[in-house]
Design a protein around this ligand. Structure first.
Ligand code: GLU
Length: 425
């Protein structure tokens, strides 16, 4: 019997499917599970009308996709970005299924977003957008149904608007319905920094496994938002030298090392939290993409997907790449980098600190009992280090790269539970 494989015109979804099929075939996953897991359980598209400050009405497109709820409620972020579309959200939703599975948290995978440019919206417009979107996706979200969180272009403020809107609609607060809330409003100490801390921890664990000291490593980080900035901070604390950072305003490169506290001070003083105008002795401003290609040992792409592709992968100088963003390396680039001997820590292992932190927040919300930040951080480190080791050891034993090993381990857990539950719904 010839088996048809699902393909997609959308690059991100196509590459998510290719990664899935590649690992599933290698591990001998039964065809029926391959068919089942290559499709999403639910794709919701909503119109989000917003009254703009000038009195006009604009209708934005919003999405929430649930790839799988086999392991528990769907889990994953909501992004506000001009490139958001249904297929892209589906790809990211699928990635969340593998991320939650690998992380060992009791969730399936989901993702959503609104196609909009948050940088051009006023705070009031953003609030109306967030609240209307929350109301429109309300029928499919819930503590035991689908638990969204921040993603590109969203943060604590949006999570407060979402949670508060649903509290008003339902007449009672349901604190575990969204994660990534601020500690003042049902959030967890340590959640904001969790993704970056986890990404840096994966980089440091890789160095440990290879017998390299952090002090001997020069690092470049693409993106200085929530993920990139805390990755940088954690790496500096461990002794590494950050030679390049970047955001949409450009690359800031200094071979003698960038003062990360100064970079934090810069974004805090900027109205849009940008590195724009960042300057210090010996620091040169380069083009947007240069951060990926500068002379360094370890590269952390912590911005958007597809940034390393068949046009630039050959020019990468780093020996190690830790994927802070979701899907920053295209499958073509993955092959080019593997041929060059670059070791890659895959996204859904490297950036799983965010969803692990979300799980801790959700647990605290269910209990109505809050942990101290040290407890959050020490549990996070423990889980991240254990998961890194599991994937590293699996890759060595099976003689595959870390991405393939992570996929195989993650798919296996979902497949096992699907097998137990059967294909009723
Ligand atoms: N948006 C983050 C991610 O892609 C966090 C998801 C979550 O905490 O649910 O992993």
């Amino acid at each position: 019997m010839s088996v048809t494989r699902r393909t997609a015109a959308n690059e991100l979804l196509d590459s998510a499917l290719k990664n899935f099929y590649g690992a599933a075939e290698e591990m001998g996953l039964p065809e029926k599970l391959m068919t089942l897991l290559s499709h999403s359980e639910r794709r919701l598209e909503v119109s989000v009308p917003v009254e703009m400050d000038d009195g006009s009405v604009q209708v934005f497109k919003g999405f929430r996709i649930q790839h799988s709820t086999a392991l528990g409620p769907a889990k994953g972020g909501i992004r506000f970005h001009p490139d958001v579309d249904a297929d892209g959200c589906e790809a990211l939703s699928m990635l969340m299924t593998w991320k939650c599975s690998l992380a060992g948290v009791p969730y399936g995978g989901g993702k959503g977003g609104i196609s909009c440019d948050p940088l051009t919206l006023s705070k009031k417009e953003k609030e109306r957008l967030a609240r209307t979107y929350a109301a429109r996706i309300a029928p499919i979200v819930g503590t035991w149904q689908d638990v969204p969180a921040p993603d590109v272009g969203t943060g604590e403020q949006e999570m407060v608007w979402f949670t508060d809107t649903l509290a008003k609609l339902r007449g009672q607060i349901e604190p575990g319905i969204f994660t990534g809330k601020p500690p003042l409003y049902w959030g967890s100490q340590g959640r904001t920094e969790a993704t970056g801390r986890g990404v840096a921890t994966c980089g440091l664990e890789l160095l440990k496994a290879l017998g390299v000291k952090p002090e001997d490593v020069r690092v470049a980080i693409q993106g200085f938002g929530n993920v990139g900035s805390y990755t940088a901070k954690t790496l500096v604390e461990a002794g590494a030298k950050i030679v390049a950072i970047s955001d949409v305003t450009g690359t800031y490169y200094s071979p003698k090392g960038i003062d990360i506290d100064k970079a934090f001070a810069q974004i805090q003083s900027h109205p849009k939290r940008m590195l724009e105008c960042f300057a210090e002795d010996g620091c040169e401003k380069l083009g947007l993409e240069d951060v990926l290609l500068v002379d360094c040992d370890m590269l952390f792409p912590c911005a958007l997907e597809g940034v390393l592709n068949n046009e630039n992968a050959n020019k990468v100088k780093a020996k190690y790449i830790v994927e802070g963003a979701n899907g920053p390396i295209t499958p073509d680039a993955d092959k080019i980098l593997a041929d060059k001997g670059v070791i890659i820590v895959p996204d859904f292992l490297a950036n799983s600190g965010g969803v692990i932190g979300s799980y801790f927040e959700w647990v605290q919300n269910l209990q109505g009992f809050f942990w101290a930040e040290e407890e959050h951080n020490s549990r996070l480190m423990h889980v991240m280090k254990g998961n890194f080791k599991r994937v590293w050891d699996y890759a060595q034993t099976k003689n595959v790269d870390m991405r393939r090993a992570a996929f195989m381990a993650a798919i296996q857990r979902v497949a096992d539970v699907e097998d137990l539950r059967g294909i009723f719904l």
